[in-house]
Design a protein around this ligand. Structure first.
Ligand code: NAD
Length: 436
Protein backbone atom coordinates (compact mmCIF):
# COMPACT_ATOMS: atom_id res chain seq x y z
CA UNK A 1 0.00 0.00 0.00
CA UNK A 2 1.30 3.48 -0.84
CA UNK A 3 0.73 6.17 1.75
CA UNK A 4 1.46 9.86 1.69
CA UNK A 5 1.73 12.05 4.77
CA UNK A 6 1.31 15.76 4.16
CA UNK A 7 3.06 17.84 6.83
CA UNK A 8 6.39 16.48 8.04
CA UNK A 9 6.45 17.91 11.57
CA UNK A 10 6.41 16.18 14.96
CA UNK A 11 3.37 14.09 14.03
CA UNK A 12 3.79 13.69 10.27
CA UNK A 13 7.42 12.59 10.35
CA UNK A 14 6.82 10.06 13.13
CA UNK A 15 3.67 8.78 11.38
CA UNK A 16 5.48 8.40 8.07
CA UNK A 17 8.57 6.78 9.56
CA UNK A 18 6.56 4.34 11.69
CA UNK A 19 4.22 3.28 8.86
CA UNK A 20 7.35 2.63 6.78
CA UNK A 21 8.64 0.55 9.70
CA UNK A 22 5.42 -1.50 9.44
CA UNK A 23 6.41 -2.28 5.82
CA UNK A 24 4.31 0.33 4.00
CA UNK A 25 5.68 2.60 1.23
CA UNK A 26 5.49 6.17 2.51
CA UNK A 27 6.15 9.57 0.96
CA UNK A 28 6.31 12.46 3.42
CA UNK A 29 5.50 15.79 1.79
CA UNK A 30 6.11 19.23 3.22
CA UNK A 31 5.99 22.69 1.71
CA UNK A 32 9.00 23.68 3.81
CA UNK A 33 11.82 23.00 1.35
CA UNK A 34 14.54 23.43 4.00
CA UNK A 35 12.97 20.65 6.09
CA UNK A 36 12.79 18.30 3.12
CA UNK A 37 16.40 19.11 2.14
CA UNK A 38 17.54 18.28 5.67
CA UNK A 39 15.66 14.98 5.60
CA UNK A 40 17.12 14.12 2.22
CA UNK A 41 20.60 14.75 3.67
CA UNK A 42 19.76 12.30 6.46
CA UNK A 43 19.24 15.00 9.11
CA UNK A 44 16.21 15.11 11.41
CA UNK A 45 14.71 18.61 11.76
CA UNK A 46 13.32 17.97 15.26
CA UNK A 47 14.65 16.39 18.43
CA UNK A 48 12.77 13.15 19.01
CA UNK A 49 14.64 10.24 20.62
CA UNK A 50 15.01 7.21 18.33
CA UNK A 51 13.45 8.88 15.29
CA UNK A 52 16.76 9.19 13.41
CA UNK A 53 17.36 5.44 13.43
CA UNK A 54 13.83 4.63 12.18
CA UNK A 55 14.07 7.22 9.41
CA UNK A 56 17.55 6.10 8.33
CA UNK A 57 16.61 2.41 8.27
CA UNK A 58 13.46 2.93 6.21
CA UNK A 59 15.06 5.36 3.77
CA UNK A 60 17.86 2.85 3.20
CA UNK A 61 15.37 0.05 2.66
CA UNK A 62 13.52 2.17 0.12
CA UNK A 63 10.19 2.45 1.93
CA UNK A 64 10.44 6.09 3.06
CA UNK A 65 11.07 9.19 0.96
CA UNK A 66 10.57 12.94 1.23
CA UNK A 67 9.33 15.51 -1.22
CA UNK A 68 8.08 19.04 -1.69
CA UNK A 69 6.03 17.78 -4.64
CA UNK A 70 2.79 17.24 -2.75
CA UNK A 71 0.78 16.70 -5.95
CA UNK A 72 3.09 13.89 -7.04
CA UNK A 73 2.89 12.28 -3.60
CA UNK A 74 -0.93 12.43 -3.72
CA UNK A 75 -1.08 10.90 -7.19
CA UNK A 76 0.97 7.87 -6.20
CA UNK A 77 -0.83 7.11 -2.91
CA UNK A 78 -4.01 5.32 -1.89
CA UNK A 79 -4.13 6.79 1.61
CA UNK A 80 -3.34 10.44 2.27
CA UNK A 81 -2.78 11.64 5.83
CA UNK A 82 -3.17 15.32 6.61
CA UNK A 83 -0.74 16.09 9.45
CA UNK A 84 -0.30 19.85 9.16
CA UNK A 85 -0.48 22.26 12.08
CA UNK A 86 -3.82 23.46 13.47
CA UNK A 87 -2.74 26.41 15.62
CA UNK A 88 -5.04 28.42 17.84
CA UNK A 89 -6.70 31.46 16.32
CA UNK A 90 -6.80 34.77 18.19
CA UNK A 91 -10.11 33.96 19.88
CA UNK A 92 -9.34 30.35 20.85
CA UNK A 93 -10.87 28.95 17.67
CA UNK A 94 -8.79 26.60 15.52
CA UNK A 95 -6.97 28.07 12.55
CA UNK A 96 -7.72 25.63 9.73
CA UNK A 97 -5.82 27.54 7.05
CA UNK A 98 -3.23 24.78 6.56
CA UNK A 99 -5.82 21.99 6.51
CA UNK A 100 -7.92 23.90 3.98
CA UNK A 101 -4.91 24.51 1.74
CA UNK A 102 -3.96 20.82 1.77
CA UNK A 103 -7.56 19.76 1.04
CA UNK A 104 -7.58 21.99 -2.03
CA UNK A 105 -4.23 20.60 -3.18
CA UNK A 106 -5.58 17.07 -2.80
CA UNK A 107 -8.67 17.93 -4.85
CA UNK A 108 -6.51 19.43 -7.59
CA UNK A 109 -4.10 16.47 -7.73
CA UNK A 110 -6.48 13.58 -7.12
CA UNK A 111 -6.30 11.07 -9.97
CA UNK A 112 -8.29 8.10 -8.64
CA UNK A 113 -9.89 6.69 -5.48
CA UNK A 114 -8.15 7.84 -2.26
CA UNK A 115 -8.83 7.73 1.45
CA UNK A 116 -8.13 11.19 2.85
CA UNK A 117 -7.43 10.95 6.57
CA UNK A 118 -7.29 13.85 8.99
CA UNK A 119 -4.60 13.11 11.57
CA UNK A 120 -4.22 16.73 12.66
CA UNK A 121 -6.25 17.62 15.74
CA UNK A 122 -9.32 19.34 14.36
CA UNK A 123 -12.76 20.49 15.54
CA UNK A 124 -15.75 18.30 14.80
CA UNK A 125 -16.84 18.73 11.21
CA UNK A 126 -13.37 19.37 9.77
CA UNK A 127 -13.17 16.07 7.89
CA UNK A 128 -16.41 17.05 6.13
CA UNK A 129 -14.92 20.47 5.45
CA UNK A 130 -11.95 18.65 3.86
CA UNK A 131 -14.41 16.56 1.82
CA UNK A 132 -16.14 19.73 0.58
CA UNK A 133 -12.86 21.40 -0.41
CA UNK A 134 -11.69 18.28 -2.25
CA UNK A 135 -15.03 17.92 -4.04
CA UNK A 136 -15.06 21.61 -5.01
CA UNK A 137 -11.57 21.27 -6.53
CA UNK A 138 -12.62 18.12 -8.41
CA UNK A 139 -15.75 19.88 -9.69
CA UNK A 140 -13.70 22.91 -10.73
CA UNK A 141 -11.60 20.77 -13.06
CA UNK A 142 -14.72 19.02 -14.36
CA UNK A 143 -13.52 15.62 -13.21
CA UNK A 144 -15.38 12.69 -11.66
CA UNK A 145 -13.29 11.00 -8.99
CA UNK A 146 -14.44 8.98 -6.00
CA UNK A 147 -12.80 9.40 -2.58
CA UNK A 148 -13.48 8.86 1.13
CA UNK A 149 -12.66 11.00 4.11
CA UNK A 150 -11.81 9.64 7.56
CA UNK A 151 -10.52 10.77 10.93
CA UNK A 152 -7.62 9.14 12.74
CA UNK A 153 -6.47 11.38 15.60
CA UNK A 154 -2.95 10.99 16.94
CA UNK A 155 -2.21 10.50 20.63
CA UNK A 156 1.59 10.26 20.60
CA UNK A 157 3.64 12.16 23.15
CA UNK A 158 6.68 14.11 22.01
CA UNK A 159 9.77 12.58 23.59
CA UNK A 160 8.22 9.10 23.47
CA UNK A 161 6.67 9.35 20.02
CA UNK A 162 8.15 6.21 18.43
CA UNK A 163 7.08 3.95 21.29
CA UNK A 164 3.67 5.62 21.42
CA UNK A 165 3.11 5.17 17.69
CA UNK A 166 4.29 1.58 17.54
CA UNK A 167 2.71 0.51 20.86
CA UNK A 168 -0.29 2.79 21.29
CA UNK A 169 -2.89 2.46 24.05
CA UNK A 170 -5.50 2.50 21.28
CA UNK A 171 -6.16 3.44 17.68
CA UNK A 172 -9.21 5.57 16.98
CA UNK A 173 -10.61 5.53 13.45
CA UNK A 174 -13.67 7.44 12.37
CA UNK A 175 -15.10 6.65 8.96
CA UNK A 176 -18.57 6.80 7.47
CA UNK A 177 -18.06 4.21 4.72
CA UNK A 178 -16.93 0.61 4.77
CA UNK A 179 -14.25 1.00 2.10
CA UNK A 180 -12.33 3.64 4.05
CA UNK A 181 -12.66 1.72 7.31
CA UNK A 182 -11.42 -1.51 5.67
CA UNK A 183 -8.40 0.22 4.10
CA UNK A 184 -7.41 1.93 7.35
CA UNK A 185 -7.82 -1.28 9.35
CA UNK A 186 -5.57 -2.97 6.80
CA UNK A 187 -2.99 -0.21 7.10
CA UNK A 188 -2.96 -0.61 10.90
CA UNK A 189 -2.96 -4.42 10.68
CA UNK A 190 0.45 -4.80 12.42
CA UNK A 191 -1.06 -3.14 15.49
CA UNK A 192 -4.30 -5.09 15.17
CA UNK A 193 -2.25 -8.30 15.25
CA UNK A 194 -0.47 -6.87 18.27
CA UNK A 195 -3.82 -6.77 20.11
CA UNK A 196 -3.87 -2.97 20.24
CA UNK A 197 -7.46 -1.95 21.07
CA UNK A 198 -9.28 -0.29 18.17
CA UNK A 199 -12.10 2.20 18.57
CA UNK A 200 -13.96 2.19 15.26
CA UNK A 201 -16.58 4.87 15.10
CA UNK A 202 -18.07 7.67 13.05
CA UNK A 203 -16.10 10.73 12.01
CA UNK A 204 -17.59 13.23 14.48
CA UNK A 205 -16.98 10.91 17.44
CA UNK A 206 -13.40 10.28 16.37
CA UNK A 207 -12.67 13.99 16.00
CA UNK A 208 -14.19 14.75 19.40
CA UNK A 209 -12.39 11.86 21.12
CA UNK A 210 -9.06 13.62 20.64
CA UNK A 211 -10.32 16.82 22.29
CA UNK A 212 -11.93 14.88 25.12
CA UNK A 213 -8.65 13.04 25.76
CA UNK A 214 -6.52 16.19 25.88
CA UNK A 215 -9.09 18.11 27.90
CA UNK A 216 -9.23 15.30 30.45
CA UNK A 217 -5.44 15.10 30.79
CA UNK A 218 -5.22 18.89 31.14
CA UNK A 219 -7.95 18.67 33.79
CA UNK A 220 -5.85 16.26 35.85
CA UNK A 221 -2.93 18.69 35.70
CA UNK A 222 -4.96 21.77 36.67
CA UNK A 223 -6.71 19.76 39.38
CA UNK A 224 -3.50 18.66 41.07
CA UNK A 225 -2.07 22.17 40.71
CA UNK A 226 -5.04 23.59 42.61
CA UNK A 227 -4.58 20.94 45.29
CA UNK A 228 -0.87 21.92 45.41
CA UNK A 229 -1.80 25.54 45.96
CA UNK A 230 -4.12 24.54 48.80
CA UNK A 231 -1.32 22.38 50.26
CA UNK A 232 0.87 25.47 50.39
CA UNK A 233 -1.77 27.19 52.53
CA UNK A 234 -2.32 24.33 54.96
CA UNK A 235 1.09 22.62 55.11
CA UNK A 236 0.09 19.62 53.02
CA UNK A 237 2.30 17.59 50.70
CA UNK A 238 0.85 17.37 47.20
CA UNK A 239 3.11 14.49 46.20
CA UNK A 240 1.77 12.36 49.03
CA UNK A 241 -1.75 13.34 48.04
CA UNK A 242 -1.07 12.49 44.37
CA UNK A 243 0.11 9.07 45.52
CA UNK A 244 -2.76 8.75 47.93
CA UNK A 245 -5.34 9.36 45.22
CA UNK A 246 -3.37 8.00 42.26
CA UNK A 247 -3.16 4.51 43.71
CA UNK A 248 -6.93 4.40 43.38
CA UNK A 249 -7.35 2.56 40.08
CA UNK A 250 -10.33 4.75 39.19
CA UNK A 251 -8.09 7.83 39.31
CA UNK A 252 -4.68 6.55 38.14
CA UNK A 253 -1.21 7.86 38.94
CA UNK A 254 -0.37 9.64 35.71
CA UNK A 255 -0.70 13.38 35.10
CA UNK A 256 -0.89 14.13 38.81
CA UNK A 257 2.42 15.99 39.05
CA UNK A 258 2.06 19.48 40.44
CA UNK A 259 4.14 22.07 38.63
CA UNK A 260 4.17 25.27 36.60
CA UNK A 261 1.11 24.36 34.51
CA UNK A 262 0.75 22.54 31.23
CA UNK A 263 2.24 23.81 27.96
CA UNK A 264 3.26 22.38 24.64
CA UNK A 265 1.83 22.32 21.17
CA UNK A 266 -1.37 20.52 22.15
CA UNK A 267 -2.99 21.03 25.57
CA UNK A 268 -3.18 24.85 25.54
CA UNK A 269 -4.61 25.13 22.04
CA UNK A 270 -6.76 22.01 22.26
CA UNK A 271 -8.43 23.03 25.53
CA UNK A 272 -9.07 26.51 24.12
CA UNK A 273 -10.39 25.02 20.91
CA UNK A 274 -12.69 22.54 22.68
CA UNK A 275 -14.14 25.29 24.88
CA UNK A 276 -14.56 27.61 21.89
CA UNK A 277 -16.18 24.91 19.79
CA UNK A 278 -18.62 24.00 22.57
CA UNK A 279 -19.62 27.67 23.00
CA UNK A 280 -20.07 27.97 19.26
CA UNK A 281 -22.44 24.99 19.35
CA UNK A 282 -24.53 26.71 22.05
CA UNK A 283 -23.18 24.18 24.55
CA UNK A 284 -20.47 24.59 27.16
CA UNK A 285 -17.47 22.83 28.64
CA UNK A 286 -17.39 24.59 31.99
CA UNK A 287 -14.79 22.26 33.48
CA UNK A 288 -12.46 22.88 30.53
CA UNK A 289 -12.97 26.66 30.86
CA UNK A 290 -11.92 26.40 34.51
CA UNK A 291 -8.93 24.20 33.62
CA UNK A 292 -7.70 26.87 31.20
CA UNK A 293 -8.06 29.62 33.80
CA UNK A 294 -6.34 27.60 36.53
CA UNK A 295 -3.45 26.93 34.15
CA UNK A 296 -3.13 30.62 33.28
CA UNK A 297 -3.02 31.52 36.98
CA UNK A 298 -0.54 28.75 37.76
CA UNK A 299 2.09 30.19 35.42
CA UNK A 300 1.68 33.64 37.00
CA UNK A 301 1.88 32.05 40.43
CA UNK A 302 5.29 30.60 39.56
CA UNK A 303 6.73 34.06 38.88
CA UNK A 304 5.32 35.20 42.24
CA UNK A 305 6.87 32.19 43.93
CA UNK A 306 10.28 33.09 42.49
CA UNK A 307 9.81 36.74 43.44
CA UNK A 308 9.01 35.79 47.05
CA UNK A 309 11.98 33.41 47.17
CA UNK A 310 14.16 36.34 46.12
CA UNK A 311 12.93 38.51 48.98
CA UNK A 312 9.98 40.16 47.22
CA UNK A 313 11.77 42.05 44.45
CA UNK A 314 13.11 40.83 41.10
CA UNK A 315 14.78 44.12 40.18
CA UNK A 316 18.49 43.63 39.59
CA UNK A 317 18.38 39.94 40.54
CA UNK A 318 19.99 37.25 38.40
CA UNK A 319 18.08 34.00 37.93
CA UNK A 320 19.59 30.79 36.57
CA UNK A 321 16.83 28.89 34.75
CA UNK A 322 17.27 25.18 34.08
CA UNK A 323 15.06 23.66 31.39
CA UNK A 324 13.13 25.59 28.74
CA UNK A 325 11.29 23.07 26.55
CA UNK A 326 7.69 22.40 27.56
CA UNK A 327 8.75 18.98 28.81
CA UNK A 328 11.90 16.84 28.80
CA UNK A 329 13.12 14.93 25.74
CA UNK A 330 11.90 17.48 23.21
CA UNK A 331 13.11 20.75 21.72
CA UNK A 332 9.51 21.93 21.33
CA UNK A 333 9.06 25.38 22.88
CA UNK A 334 5.45 25.92 21.82
CA UNK A 335 3.54 27.35 24.81
CA UNK A 336 6.28 26.16 27.18
CA UNK A 337 5.67 27.45 30.74
CA UNK A 338 9.29 28.69 30.61
CA UNK A 339 8.19 31.40 28.16
CA UNK A 340 5.75 33.05 30.59
CA UNK A 341 8.05 32.49 33.53
CA UNK A 342 11.17 33.94 31.89
CA UNK A 343 9.19 36.86 30.45
CA UNK A 344 7.68 37.51 33.90
CA UNK A 345 11.13 37.53 35.47
CA UNK A 346 12.56 39.86 32.82
CA UNK A 347 9.56 42.20 33.09
CA UNK A 348 10.13 42.31 36.86
CA UNK A 349 13.70 43.51 36.25
CA UNK A 350 15.62 40.24 36.62
CA UNK A 351 18.49 39.07 34.45
CA UNK A 352 17.98 35.50 33.21
CA UNK A 353 20.72 33.00 32.48
CA UNK A 354 19.36 29.76 31.06
CA UNK A 355 20.36 26.27 30.05
CA UNK A 356 18.41 23.53 28.28
CA UNK A 357 19.98 20.34 26.89
CA UNK A 358 18.33 20.64 23.44
CA UNK A 359 15.83 23.52 23.27
CA UNK A 360 18.08 26.60 23.39
CA UNK A 361 18.06 27.11 19.63
CA UNK A 362 14.24 27.09 19.56
CA UNK A 363 14.05 29.11 22.79
CA UNK A 364 16.36 31.83 21.44
CA UNK A 365 13.80 32.54 18.69
CA UNK A 366 11.22 33.46 21.37
CA UNK A 367 13.20 34.51 24.44
CA UNK A 368 15.72 37.08 23.27
CA UNK A 369 16.52 38.78 26.62
CA UNK A 370 18.30 35.73 27.99
CA UNK A 371 21.91 34.68 28.31
CA UNK A 372 22.12 31.09 27.07
CA UNK A 373 24.70 29.01 28.92
CA UNK A 374 26.69 25.89 28.08
CA UNK A 375 25.54 23.91 31.12
CA UNK A 376 23.60 24.08 34.38
CA UNK A 377 26.55 25.34 36.40
CA UNK A 378 27.25 28.21 34.03
CA UNK A 379 23.57 29.18 34.30
CA UNK A 380 23.92 29.32 38.10
CA UNK A 381 27.11 31.44 37.99
CA UNK A 382 26.59 34.44 40.31
CA UNK A 383 22.81 33.94 40.20
CA UNK A 384 20.58 34.88 43.12
CA UNK A 385 18.53 31.72 42.54
CA UNK A 386 18.43 28.56 40.52
CA UNK A 387 14.98 27.86 39.10
CA UNK A 388 14.24 24.41 37.73
CA UNK A 389 11.50 24.71 35.10
CA UNK A 390 11.74 21.50 33.01
CA UNK A 391 12.65 18.20 34.65
CA UNK A 392 15.32 16.88 32.28
CA UNK A 393 16.93 13.82 33.85
CA UNK A 394 20.34 15.47 33.98
CA UNK A 395 18.96 18.06 36.43
CA UNK A 396 18.05 15.28 38.88
CA UNK A 397 21.73 14.43 39.37
CA UNK A 398 23.31 17.86 39.65
CA UNK A 399 26.40 18.29 41.81
CA UNK A 400 24.53 20.39 44.35
CA UNK A 401 27.66 21.45 46.19
CA UNK A 402 28.97 22.88 42.92
CA UNK A 403 25.61 24.59 42.33
CA UNK A 404 25.80 26.15 45.80
CA UNK A 405 29.32 27.45 45.15
CA UNK A 406 28.22 28.98 41.84
CA UNK A 407 25.14 30.72 43.25
CA UNK A 408 25.43 34.13 44.87
CA UNK A 409 22.70 33.06 47.29
CA UNK A 410 21.72 29.43 47.89
CA UNK A 411 18.13 29.83 46.69
CA UNK A 412 16.59 26.96 44.71
CA UNK A 413 13.07 27.14 43.27
CA UNK A 414 12.14 23.68 42.08
CA UNK A 415 8.99 24.04 39.97
CA UNK A 416 8.90 20.28 39.19
CA UNK A 417 9.41 18.89 42.71
CA UNK A 418 12.50 17.02 41.54
CA UNK A 419 14.39 17.33 44.84
CA UNK A 420 13.54 16.19 48.34
CA UNK A 421 12.95 19.22 50.55
CA UNK A 422 14.64 17.80 53.67
CA UNK A 423 18.11 17.05 52.24
CA UNK A 424 18.00 20.33 50.32
CA UNK A 425 17.39 22.27 53.52
CA UNK A 426 20.05 20.22 55.32
CA UNK A 427 22.49 21.02 52.50
CA UNK A 428 21.99 24.71 53.29
CA UNK A 429 19.67 25.65 50.44
CA UNK A 430 16.77 28.04 50.80
CA UNK A 431 14.55 25.56 48.98
CA UNK A 432 11.13 26.26 47.45
CA UNK A 433 8.92 23.83 45.55
CA UNK A 434 5.28 23.36 44.53
CA UNK A 435 2.66 22.19 46.99
CA UNK A 436 5.00 20.70 49.56
P1 NAD B 1 4.29 20.87 13.11
O1 NAD B 1 4.13 22.33 13.09
O2 NAD B 1 5.50 20.27 13.77
O3 NAD B 1 4.29 20.30 11.60
C1 NAD B 1 3.37 20.73 10.65
C2 NAD B 1 4.05 20.64 9.29
O4 NAD B 1 3.09 20.87 8.26
C3 NAD B 1 5.15 21.69 9.08
O5 NAD B 1 6.36 21.05 8.74
C4 NAD B 1 4.63 22.55 7.92
O6 NAD B 1 5.65 23.04 7.08
C5 NAD B 1 3.75 21.55 7.21
N1 NAD B 1 2.74 22.14 6.32
C6 NAD B 1 1.88 23.16 6.56
N2 NAD B 1 1.13 23.40 5.47
C7 NAD B 1 1.50 22.51 4.52
C8 NAD B 1 1.10 22.26 3.20
N3 NAD B 1 0.14 22.96 2.60
N4 NAD B 1 1.71 21.26 2.52
C9 NAD B 1 2.69 20.53 3.09
N5 NAD B 1 3.10 20.72 4.35
C10 NAD B 1 2.53 21.71 5.06
O7 NAD B 1 2.95 20.29 13.76
P2 NAD B 1 2.78 18.97 14.66
O8 NAD B 1 3.22 19.21 16.04
O9 NAD B 1 3.33 17.81 13.90
O10 NAD B 1 1.19 18.87 14.71
C11 NAD B 1 0.45 18.51 13.56
C12 NAD B 1 -0.97 18.21 14.02
O11 NAD B 1 -0.98 17.07 14.88
C13 NAD B 1 -1.64 19.33 14.80
O12 NAD B 1 -3.00 19.36 14.50
C14 NAD B 1 -1.44 18.91 16.23
O13 NAD B 1 -2.42 19.43 17.10
C15 NAD B 1 -1.59 17.41 16.12
N6 NAD B 1 -0.91 16.64 17.17
C16 NAD B 1 0.32 17.01 17.60
C17 NAD B 1 0.98 16.26 18.56
C18 NAD B 1 2.34 16.65 19.07
O14 NAD B 1 2.77 16.10 20.08
N7 NAD B 1 3.04 17.55 18.40
C19 NAD B 1 0.37 15.12 19.10
C20 NAD B 1 -0.90 14.76 18.62
C21 NAD B 1 -1.52 15.53 17.65
Amino acid sequence: MNVCVIGTGYVGLVTGACFAEFGVNVICADKDASKIEMLERGEIPIYEPGLDAVVERNVQQGRLSFTTDTAGAIESSLVIFIAVGTPAGEDGSTDLTYVDAVAKEIGEAINGYKVIVTKSTVPVGTSYRVRDHVQAAIDAKGADVDFSVASNPEFLREGAAIADFTHPDRIVIGADDEAAMAILKDLYRPLFLNETPFVLTNIATSELTKYAANAFLATKISFINEIANLCEEVGGDVQAIARGIGLDGRIGKKFLHAGPGYGGSCFPKDTESAAFFAREQGSSLQIVEAVIEVNRQQKKRMVEKIRRALGGDLQGKTVGVLGLSFKPETDDMREAPAIDIVQGLVEGGAVVRAFDPVAMKEASKILTDVTYCKDSYEACENADAMVLVTEWNQFRMLDLERVRQKLRRPVVVDLRNVYDPKPMLEAGFDYHCVGR
